[in-house]
Design a protein around this ligand. Sequence first.
Ligand SMILES: [Zn+2]
Length: 98
Amino acid sequence: MMDLQVGITVRLRETGELMRLLAVESVYDSSRRPGKQGVCVETAFMRPLAGGGRERDAPVELVEGVCDHQKPLEEHEDGKRCPGCGALIYPRGRHEAT
Ligand SMILES: [Zn+2]
């Protein structure tokens, strides 16, 4: 399995949604075992690949890495996209350096 590094595209196993990984953190979760001591869950924080939408989080075992954007990026109307997964890496306009 691909390492869960920030910035890669990941797939939610439950829904098949592709998301961009923002962070992986240990989160203390007291809801999983009611009445008992909570557990620390390795949690992936994600947002949709492009445009708006809600950020999500899920235990890392429910997430799998699908693309780490190693290929050269492609120019598109809305910015630079990864040809492997279609993720919008550099939206056009907001971060133009030149
Ligand atoms: Zn990609």
